[in-house]
Design a binder for this molecule. Structure first.
Ligand SMILES: *Cc1c(COP(=O)(O)O)cnc(C)c1O
Length: 378
């Protein structure tokens, strides 16, 4: 059997261990220390919008803390993009709140402004103004920032920007993660850079960051003994893990280039195959890190399905994966309200994520290309 080609696997730059060794030699083996501060500064510099970043144990933890800082509690409603990974929506349930799912549009596959406004108006008419809007940059593609921000302002509902997949993406030249009232990053093992596991909350005010750090370190009041006035969490990033992050920040730009080159590879590969669309930026305002390259297969034009292509890849030990199954179709959220049509459902039915790692070799690309050419008879 040929070696496995993964959808997206960790890709170390080489200097990560240097930061870990420093942590060991200075005994900063704790959820604080120079790597934690250094990684936060690296991210603030990279995002370049005067933001304050708190690094945490996971992107999921960052979403949870953003909801808490926005006062989301039991019985509240939070609007959430349906087409996403479950980690976007789960923290709404942690707070005892209800997710209200909204469909995507076809250009960026993210929150549809029309369906979003319809949802907000209907929830208000039913007696509850949603407390927040969770918008996602799916597979690195920025959502329609101007339109979503305008709706957020019109109804005075803050956006939590899930940029877990979009570090290195920009919209009109500004970094993804800096548009919402809060931004969320992830450094999970499959993301564009990884710390093995980890995340960050991007804030615009120092006091928001301070609150995130306070809540993520068990919410200790300022006293010599252990005193608590709030429920806290153990969500802070460790100084060891942050060392991996500092090393990864040194190669982030080249990782974005490599992922974008993979996208270009698929654009060329499918150029002459009718009925297959490679997910691409709608216009020059959008710059995706192309964390995952994805295609949509029109079964009527091609006579092929994404599932059969997935199985053909599997035959050669190549991983591919259907697009995210929308949250409003998930058994665990069967009860949640949903607004929109069938955009997300059809993307799920016909879409496939393809191997996109920054560490794929020419030989890997040759194998991927062969499977596609044989399957489509091109
Ligand atoms: C990965 C991911 C998350 C969660 O991040 P973790 O660091 O794995 O907790 C949240 N939202 C989206 C869209 C993701 O892809």
């Amino acid at each position: 059997m040929s070696e496995k080609i993964w959808l997206s696997s960790p890709h170390m730059g080489g200097t990560e261990l240097k930061y870990i060794h420093e942590a060991f030699s200075e005994n900063w083996v704790a959820p604080l220390g120079p790597n934690v501060n250094g990684f936060e500064e690296d991210l603030e510099r990279f995002l370049n919008q005067d933001v304050k970043v708190a690094v945490l144990s996971a992107g999921t933890a960052a979403i949870h803390l953003a909801l808490i800082e926005l006062g989301v509690g039991y019985g509240d409603e939070v609007i959430c993009q349906s087409m996403t990974f479950s980690a976007t929506a789960n923290p709404i349930a942690y707070q005892g709140a209800t997710p209200v799912f909204v469909d995507s549009e076809t250009e960026t596959w993210n929150l549809c402004p029309k369906a979003l406004e319809e949802a907000i108006q209907d929830r208000i008419a039913k007696g509850k103004t949603p407390k927040a809007i969770l918008a996602v940059h799916l597979y690195g593609m920025p959502y329609k920032v101007d339109e979503i921000s305008a709706i957020s302002e019109k109804y005075n509902i803050p956006v939590i920007e899930d940029a877990a997949e979009a570090l290195g993406s920009t919209y009109k030249g500004k970094a993804a993660g800096t548009f919402g009232r809060f931004g969320v990053l992830s450094f999970n093992g499959n993301k564009i850079i990884t710390t093995s596991g980890g995340g960050a909350l991007v804030c615009h005010a120092q006091e928001d960051k301070d609150k995130a750090v306070f809540l993520s370190t068990q919410a200790r009041d300022n006293a010599p003994h252990y005193q608590h006035s709030h429920i806290g969490f153990n969500y802070r990033m460790s100084n060891i893990v942050a060392g991996i992050g500092r090393g990864q920040m040194e190669v982030l730009s080249s990782r974005v280039e490599a992922r974008r080159a993979m996208h270009e590879f698929y654009v060329n590969l499918f150029a002459n195959i009718d009925g297959v669309m490679v997910f691409s930026e709608p216009n020059a305002d959008y710059y995706s890190n192309h964390w995952l390259s994805a295609i949509v297969i029109d079964p009527e034009v091609t006579g092929k399905t994404r599932e059969d292509l997935r199985l053909a890849f599997l035959e050669d030990n190549i991983e591919s994966r259907p697009l995210w199954k929308p949250m409003h179709l998930q058994p665990v959220f069967f009860n949640a309200p949903y607004y929109g049509g069938k955009v997300a459902e059809e993307l799920f039915d016909n879409g496939l994520c393809l191997p996109s790692g920054s560490n794929l070799s020419d030989e890997d690309r040759e194998r991927i290309s062969n499977v596609i050419k044989v399957y489509f008879g091109s």
